[in-house]
Design a protein around this ligand. Structure first.
Ligand SMILES: [Zn+2]
Ligand SMILES: [Zn+2]
Length: 392
């Protein structure tokens, strides 16, 4: 960028309360290496806004990128972002300084081959990330300020209504991805569905499956998580630490297996059990298998038993309104899924905890917009305790 563009840009910007030149951010420096650093507050251009981040959820995909080093460094991750508009670029009329918003970081073109076939996550425009706190655009929510680019301001920025907290609002994107999963699974009313893993994502998937009219069975290795599921009305639970999930599901379905299974636990170890828990002719949705690798499956389960393996990744622009309504109307008290709130200062610790989940650590959020005591994470509705777990 030339100096002239910078100058003309700052002239074009409507100034709000003073914004510092630099800010803190959790910067990804390579595989398993995230550091709290001081970086420049991003400049914005015409059609763009600057959002002061209040809350940003940690997503399994952030953790995957950090732990595998799959992406070039440096980057600032974080894409489940809610906050307050701090600056608006020239020509922005939809939003003003002080507006509370939640931002999507990807929005498809709606025009290309993939958009026309409704596989939005494969669209080249969709793959361009439209929110950044600096470096290669990667979401930027793990920083004090995030620059929202013009096409996201247009199509991917959503106002937060009065009475809805930033913590509830930051679930719009994860809820959208779960709604897309339910849609891809083509769930029909009255079907029995097993959701393996009752971390926050598994729990949202289960609630949405129930909302779609399915009979929902949930399973997890940690009884504490099943207790939380029960609080959301999911009372058919299997404690996988004590009983065999596949056998129990068969017992609950006249020996057949579930009509559909959703796998919300990362890694490949449970792909085979998920297929075994499905009835002949049933469907299995891989929702947490974001890391490339290889897995052994029984090909006859697909051919002879006619089981279908499906996947779903990221959000659908077609479900944006529905996901926004679901979250903003508080159809589900999503804030209850937050077990830990960390100030930005402790974001490295927050990411570590998220990468090694505990049975009653659920959704972990970073809150650049709050001042917390260093080293003392805020504890959300669910409390905290140290254990090992891995459900998404
Ligand atoms: Zn996410
Ligand atoms: Zn497209």
């Amino acid at each position: 960028m030339t100096e002239t563009t910078v100058a003309s840009r700052s002239l074009a910007v409507a100034e709000g309360p003073p914004i510092p030149d630099t800010m803190s951010a959790a910067v990804y420096r390579g595989k398993d290496d995230v550091r709290l650093e001081e970086v420049s507050v991003p400049e914005i251009g015409p059609g763009e806004i600057l959002v002061r981040v209040h809350t940003c959820g940690i997503c399994g995909t952030d953790l995957k990128k950090i732990s595998t080093g799959s992406h070039s460094a440096p980057r600032i991750f974080g894409h489940e972002t809610s906050g307050v508009v701090a600056r608006v670029g020239e020509g922005v009329s939809k939003f003003g300084i002080g507006d509370r918003v939640v931002v999507f970081h990807h929005i498809p073109c709606r025009n290309c081959f993939y958009c026309r076939t409704k596989t939005f996550a494969q669209c080249e425009t969709y793959k361009r990330v439209g929110c950044t706190a600096g470096f290669e655009p990667s979401g930027g929510g793990f920083a004090e300020y995030v620059r929202v680019m013009d096409w996201i301001v247009e199509g991917g920025t959503v106002p937060i209504p009065p009475g809805v907290g930033f913590e509830q609002a930051c679930f719009v994107e994860p809820v959208n991805t779960c709604m897309k999963g339910i849609e891809n699974l083509r769930l029909r009313r009255g079907e029995t569905v097993l959701v393996i893993g009752q971390g926050p994502i598994g729990l949202i998937l289960a609630v949405l499956a129930k909302r779609a009219g399915a009979r929902v069975i949930t399973s997890d290795l940690y009884p504490a998580r099943l207790t939380i599921s029960a609080r959301f009305g999911l009372d058919l639970t299997i404690d996988a630490s004590r009983s065999d999930t596949v056998r129990t599901v068969r017992e609950m379905t006249e020996g057949r297996g579930a009509d559909a299974v959703m796998l919300a636990v990362a890694g490949s170890a449970l792909v085979r059990p998920a297929m075994d828990a499905t009835r002949p002719g049933g469907r299995v949705l891989l929702f947490a298998q974001t890391a490339r690798g290889e897995v052994t499956i029984d090909p006859a389960a697909v051919c002879v038993d006619e089981k279908t393996l499906l996947g779903s990744y990221s959000a659908s622009v077609d479900l944006q309104d529905e996901s926004v309504k679901f979250v903003m109307n508080r159809e589900m008290d999503l804030e209850q899924l937050i077990s830990h709130c960390f100030p930005l200062h402790d974001s490295v610790e927050a990411l570590k905890l998220a990468a090694h989940p505990q049975p009653d650590s659920m959704k972990i959020v970073i809150q650049p917009g709050t001042v917390g005591a260093s080293g003392a994470p805020g504890v959300g509705a669910l409390g905290s305790r140290a254990w090992e777990g891995r459900s998404l």
